[in-house]
Design a protein around this ligand. Structure first.
Ligand code: NAP
Length: 525
């Protein structure tokens, strides 16, 4: 079966045989996708000309109602999304839930908070700026939904959540969306879009999906469009430097890869609750979605004297995690998404091994449960230990996008901060400590190079949201290597889809314009 694209308000099959999608456990062929021959310029133009005006005719509240209906349509098909997650991603129930339930929750969350924007159609920012002695001529800053299209180019690891976390704020802002999921796992996103289209919730042109290569899509992006990308740093660099994107100053938001850290505080010695809690968190991070999360802990920074004890604690927990075919109810860890990702993980792992000791796993010929080694795409969960700190050659640079983490010893606060910052810009770092002085010095030492810092002490041990868990009410993104993008953070996410401008004019005219506006203060409440 070949999945059709949904562009210009209709389903269209791409030409040729297309690209095949596989089951990463059995190696079976599933469906194919093709964007060949699809008029992508016309697709974008249809979204701008038909979808945009129809969405902008509605108020924020009315669009929040659309999101609610989308969430309902998706929730009604949740079981099917779990089935596709198993088939195309080899996802366990927990892996699928993280992606699918996270997607539905995010859509519902934006439906709910979007209602706070009442009946407005534009945003008003700050107070009047006096520009004349008589105060009859003044300036007022506004933000209006852009009249372009939002192009979403997504990564393979979150076909459901990655789609919804971008779609919800864009649609709430009144901007039509053109979705380009990553090819290896496009089926699930495709099915979600199909369900939304079938439910007839959105006006024509408000949603489109292109499966397979992006081809010439970026050639046709325009000044009023937004490209929101999630994926590897290499692809991000290609998109950022695309001649048309540069030439037209198209707004681009990049969420890229990241070498995230978790820090064990010097007070959290072996035998303390935080020592055990971080060991548990590291294992959860390594194994959930087989470590294929952009936020996964890649480096665990541990006081040098406890390196061995911590390695033993994590290894003991890893040894009880069954790896294999998720159709077997005992299995807790599934495969990576395909053979290409498996090779990429094993190559990265080989480099890390050059400078690190293997504490657990690392066998590229290990036997997963109920799966054929030749046909499947598994990577054995592997824990490494680096004693080289800042001098390590690879551990701070290579993102092994699988169930792999490396312990890195630190000797002092300065050393710890320098090593954490060596990630050169990350999505998240977490600090496990009860020592307020330690936390107070560490967080400002690393905050500017991280999008999120999670602090866990004994009081919040049972309540924290988790190192790798992205919640829609808080910022997702990170500087430097992580791409420099910003997503979510509640209603702040709408800023990406609005353009700021200032009106300088008579005060009564500005008052008239302001009538249909919502105050931007609401975005921060
Ligand atoms: P990728 O290979 O960079 O691909 C990402 C997307 O870009 C895919 O949809 C891909 O399409 C598309 N693409 C590739 N070349 C393109 C081009 N020249 N023009 C336009 N689009 C192009 O990344 P991936 O392997 O799917 O995802 C894994 C990476 O994503 C990891 O490094 C991970 O850290 C990162 N990630 C980051 C976040 C975050 O929020 N920061 C979240 C999830 C994942 P095709 O699939 O058709 O090639």
């Amino acid at each position: 079966m070949k999945l059709p694209n949904y562009v210009s308000g209709r389903w269209s099959l791409g030409q040729g045989a297309g690209e095949l999608l596989f089951d990463p456990v059995t190696g079976d062929e599933l469906v194919s996708i093709s964007s060949q021959g699809i008029d992508l310029e016309a697709a974008l133009q249809f979204a701008r000309a038909r979808g945009g005006p129809a969405l902008r005719e509605l108020s924020y509240t009315q669009r929040a109602d659309l999101l609610e209906k989308i969430a309902e349509a998706l929730a009604a098909n949740r079981e099917e999304y779990f089935r596709l997650s198993l088939l195309n991603l080899g996802a366990t129930q927990a892996d699928a839930s993280f992606d699918v339930d996270g997607a539905i929750y995010t859509m519902k969350y934006y439906a709910k908070i979007g209602r706070a924007l009442a009946e407005g159609k534009m945003l008003k920012e700050g107070a009047l700026v006096p520009l004349s002695k008589s105060n009859t001529f003044a300036g007022q800053h506004f933000l209006m939904p852009t009249k372009g299209a939002a192009v979403f180019i997504n990564a393979f690891n979150f076909p459901a959540w990655g789609f919804c976390e971008k779609a919800a704020p864009a649609l709430l802002a009144g901007v039509p969306i053109v979705v380009k999921p990553a090819s290896p796992t496009a089926w699930l996103t495709h099915r979600m879009v199909e369900d939304i289209v079938k439910a007839d919730i959105l006006p024509p042109g408000a949603i489109s999906i292109i499966c397979d290569s992006a081809r010439d899509l970026l050639e046709h992006a325009r000044e009023e469009d937004i490209v929101s990308f999630t994926g590897s740093g290499d692809t991000a660099a290609r998109i950022r430097s695309h001649a048309n994107i540069l030439g037209r100053s198209v707004r681009v938001n990049i969420e890229a890869d990241s070498i995230n850290s978790a820090i064990l505080g010097p007070d959290s010695s072996p035998g303390t609750d935080l020592f055990d809690l971080l060991a548990k968190e590291v294992v959860r991070e390594m194994t959930l979605k087989a470590g294929q999360k952009c936020t996964t802990i890649r480096r665990v920074l541990v006081p040098r004297q406890w390196l061995k004890a911590f390695g033993d604690a994590v290894s003991a927990r890893l040894s009880s995690m069954k790896v294999g075919n998720p159709r077997n109810p005992e299995v807790k860890v599934g495969p990576v998404v395909n053979k290409a990702q498996q090779s990429s993980c094993l190559e990265g792992l080989a480099k890390l091994r050059e400078e690190s000791e293997v504490l657990f796993g690392g066998n590229k010929n290990f036997q997963p449960i109920d799966a054929d080694l030749e046909k499947s795409s598994f990577v054995e969960p592997t824990l490494l230990s680096s004693k080289n700190g800042l001098r390590a050659k690879y551990v701070h640079d290579i993102e092994v996008f699988g169930p792999v983490a490396t312990l890195v010893a630190y000797d002092s606060r300065e050393d710890l901060i320098a090593v954490t910052r060596r990630g050169l810009g990350s999505l998240v770092a977490s600090v496990f400590s009860n020592d307020l002085d330690f936390t107070r010095d560490t967080v400002p030492g690393i905050g500017d190079l991280h999008g999120r810092v999670l602090v866990v002490d004994s009081n919040v041990a049972g309540q924290h949201t988790g190192h790798g868990n992205v919640v829609p009410s808080c910022l997702h993104g990170g500087p430097g290597r992580a791409g420099g993008g910003e997503e979510l953070a509640g209603l702040r996410a709408l800023l990406l889809y609005h353009r700021r401008f200032v009106v300088q004019g008579p005060v009564n005219g500005i008052a008239e314009l302001s009538k249909s506006c919502v105050d931007t203060a609401l975005l921060y409440s």
